[in-house]
Design a protein around this ligand. Structure first.
Ligand code: HEM
Ligand code: HEM
Length: 189
């Protein structure tokens, strides 16, 4: 494997990036508001397509993120573009926060469902009624994980918006080719 910095991210890293960005955005739009109320009313979440799609897309994000982390260890070195030190540090911190949220979102969702005894309901009729390991763990009782999950869902969209705005600033103002590193066709410099 070539570990020298490449002019662009490799094709697989680009696919992971854009598919994840699209799936996270759709999952956010489908975020089930009033979930607690529906559960108290005895509604079966499997009958609600927004919940089933939201949970399925969220689990897809988890699977993509775990595979992507494996690829991160194996792939060619990421591109290195000349920029001020503080800007480079800022982009690294932003990546770290986005990676952390990509993992924390599904984890807090599973803590919500398992801790409150609600089923995980996915497309294709897949259903996990009980998650005893989570239900019996102390962590499930440490916080209102539904609240935390909703807050982190908002946070990832704000940070991704900032991250996208920075990429467009690099493209249109600094014209340093940062956006092109994540585009299959290289983009305009
Ligand atoms: C990329 C991943 C995800 C994002 C961006 C996301 C975003 C959100 C947001 C913003 C809400 C709050 C909606 C509102 O109050 O209007 C929410 C609620 C919820 N999400 Fe997710 N979510 C993700 C992954 C998941 C996964 C993987 C699951 C299930 C395993 C899940 C299950 C839930 C549930 C059950 C609620 C209701 C929580 C409650 O109110 O107690 N989410 N999500
Ligand atoms: C939910 C949405 C998004 C998430 C979670 C996300 C996350 C990430 C992550 C984790 C990386 C590091 C990739 C790696 O090392 O393989 C990255 C890089 C990148 N992203 Fe995003 N991204 C999102 C949306 C966007 C959007 C909308 C744009 C452009 C308008 C964009 C432009 C870029 C660029 C140009 C890079 C490489 C340059 C760099 O930041 O170092 N991203 N993104």
């Amino acid at each position: 494997m070539n570990r020298q910095p490449q002019p662009r991210y490799d094709a697989l890293s680009q696919i992971f990036h854009w598919v994840t960005a699209i799936v996270v955005t759709i999952a956010f739009i489908l975020g089930p508001g009033g979930f607690g109320r529906l559960m108290r009313q005895g509604v079966d979440p499997a009958t609600r397509s927004d919940i089933v799609w939201h949970e399925s897309l969220g689990i897809l994000v988890l699977a993509l993120t775990l595979l992507r982390l494996v690829w991160l260890a194996l792939r060619p070195a990421a591109p290195r573009i000349e920029m001020a030190g503080w800007m480079h540090l800022g982009s690294k911190l932003m990546h770290l926060a986005l990676w952390a949220l990509l993992l924390a979102l599904p984890v807090t969702a599973l803590l919500t469902l398992g801790g409150e005894g609600h089923p995980l309901t996915l497309l294709g009729g897949v259903r996990v009624d009980r998650m005893p390991l989570i239900a019996e763990s102390g962590i499930a009782k440490l916080a209102d994980w539904g609240e935390v999950h909703g807050f982190l869902g908002d946070a990832i969209m704000w940070l991704a918006g900032l991250h996208a705005a920075a990429a467009l600033f690099h493209q249109w103002v600094l014209k340093d080719g940062v956006l092109a590193t994540m585009l299959p066709w290289g983009g305009r410099r």
